[in-house]
Design a protein around this ligand. Structure first.
Ligand SMILES: C[S@@+](CC[C@H](N)C(=O)[O-])C[C@H]1O[C@@H](n2cnc3c(N)ncnc32)[C@H](O)[C@@H]1O
Ligand SMILES: [Zn+2]
Length: 337
C-alpha cells in the first residue's frame, strides 16, 4: 500500500473538538430549558437515570461488550442538542421536540426539516442512478475496498459503530458495516438518498442531516466513512472515538477520463486542493475499469456524476451510444484520530 504521509494528527488539530455546540435555531430556544427532568433519555428505552449530570454536556455510556467504547446513545436534537429517545414512530428529546420517523425508517433532523438557503443534496434521479450502477456491480472494487479497510480498522472491536457522512443511497455503508459485523449509521442532506439508504440493509440508522453539523455526541464511532461527499474534518474527528479512523474516498486525477472526454471539449484532470487537518496515515489508489455493456447503464453512470449537468442533450446521447467502458481512479485515504 503506497503511503502518502506518515503524519500523526497534531494535538492542536484535535483541540477543542470535544464539544461542538449545536447552533440553536428559531423559536425552539425558549423551550430548551430542561423542564422535563434530567433530559437524558436512554437509547434503548430504559428509564432516564437521575445522576444529576449537566444535560448540556453530551454523555457517553461505557459499553463493556465493546471493550469500553461508547455507544451512540441517541441522536442529538437539532434544536436543543439533548439526546433523542427513539420509538417505532418518533424521536423525541427531553424538551419535547418531536421528529417523525418516515415510513422508510429514516428521520429528518434538519431544523425545520430543511437547511435554509443551503444545499438540498442529490435529487431522486441522481440517487436512483447511483443505486442502479451499484446494483450492477460496476463499483464493486471500491465498495469492497472500503469494506475491507473498515474490517481491518475495526478488527477485534466486537460490534463496531460505522458512520457514513454523505451516505447517499447507502450501499457503501451497508456493505462496510455488515462486513465488519457492526452497526451502520448514515446521514445525508438529501431526503431522496435517505429514503433509499434506510432500506438498503436491515438495522441501518439513517438521518437527514448536514455533514457540517453531525447530530451526535462526541466520540461514539469507531470509523467514519466519507465517499465523494462534502468533507468536514473537524466534525468527522469529533464523532470518532480516540483511536478511531476516518476513511475518505476522493477522485484521482484520471477518474472517469473517457466520460469527461465525451462531455467536455477540453477535459481537465481532477485536482483536489481541499485542505486536510494533517497528512493521511495512508493513501491507496484504487483503479479499475467499469464495463458499460448497455446504454441504460452508461446513462446512469453519467447521471450520477456532476458532469450530467454540464452535458448537452447531444453529449448525453454520445455517452449513451459510445461509452463502452470507463476507467475509475480513486484515492482511499485513512486518517486516524
Ligand atoms: C456524490 S454523492 C456520494 C454518495 C455516496 N457517498 C456514494 O459514494 O455513493 C454526494 C452525496 O453527498 C450528499 N451531500 C451533499 N451536501 C451534503 C451535506 N452538506 N451534508 C451531507 N450530505 C451532503 C448528497 O446528497 C449526496 O448524496
Ligand atoms: Zn430538543
Amino acid at each position: 500500500m503506497p503511503v502518502a504521509g506518515d503524519g500523526e494528527l497534531a494535538a492542536g488539530d484535535l483541540a477543542g473538538l470535544d464539544v461542538v455546540p449545536f447552533e440553536v435555531t428559531g423559536d425552539a430556544v425558549e423551550s430548551c430549558a430542561d423542564e422535563a427532568g434530567c433530559g437524558w433519555l436512554q437509547f434503548h428505552g430504559a428509564p432516564c437515570d437521575t445522576r444529576g449530570d449537566d444535560p448540556s454536556v453530551p454523555r457517553m455510556i461505557a459499553d463493556d461488550d465493546a471493550g469500553g467504547s461508547v455507544v451512540p446513545q441517541a441522536y442529538r436534537c437539532p434544536h436543543c442538542s439533548l439526546a433523542l429517545a427513539e420509538s417505532a414512530t418518533v424521536f423525541e428529546c427531553g424538551s419535547g421536540h418531536v421528529f417523525d420517523r418516515a415510513r422508510e425508517g429514516y428521520v429528518n433532523l434538519l431544523p425545520g426539516g430543511r437547511l435554509a438557503g443551503g444545499p438540498s443534496g442529490d435529487d431522486d434521479a441522481m440517487v436512483r442512478a447511483r443505486r442502479a450502477v451499484f446494483d450492477r456491480g460496476a463499483y464493486d472494487p471500491i465498495i469492497d475496498a472500503v469494506g475491507a479497510v473498515v474490517v481491518d480498522l475495526t478488527s477485534g472491536r466486537g460490534a463496531p459503530r460505522v458512520l457514513d457522512v454523505g451516505c447517499g443511497e447507502g450501499t457503501y455503508l451497508a456493505r462496510a458495516s455488515t462486513a465488519a459485523g457492526g452497526a451502520g449509521w448514515g446521514i445525508d442532506i438529501s431526503k431522496a438518498a435517505c429514503r433509499l439508504a434506510a432500506r438498503r440493509a436491515p438495522g441501518l440508522h439513517v438521518a437527514v442531516a448536514s455533514n457540517h453539523r453531525l447530530p451526535f455526541d462526541s466520540g461514539p464511532f469507531d470509523v467514519v466513512i466519507n465517499v465523494f461527499a462534502p468533507r468536514d474534518f473537524p466534525e468527522m474527528l469529533r464523532v470518532l472515538r480516540p483511536g478511531g479512523a476516518a476513511v475518505v474516498v476522493t477522485p484521482g486525477p484520471h477518474h472517469l477520463a473517457q466520460l469527461k472526454a465525451l462531455v467536455y471539449d477540453t477535459p481537465r484532470a481532477h485536482r483536489d486542493d481541499e485542505p486536510t487537518p494533517a497528512p493521511p496515515d495512508s493513501v491507496t489508489t484504487v483503479q479499475f475499469t467499469v464495463q458499460l455493456p448497455d446504454p441504460q447503464l452508461r446513462r446512469h453512470l453519467l447521471e450520477m456524476t456532476p458532469y450530467w449537468w454540464s452535458a448537452s442533450p447531444e453529449r448525453r446521447a454520445a455517452v449513451e451510444a459510445a461509452l463502452h467502458s470507463v476507467d475509475a481512479e480513486m484515492l482511499l485515504a485513512v486518517y486516524r484520530r
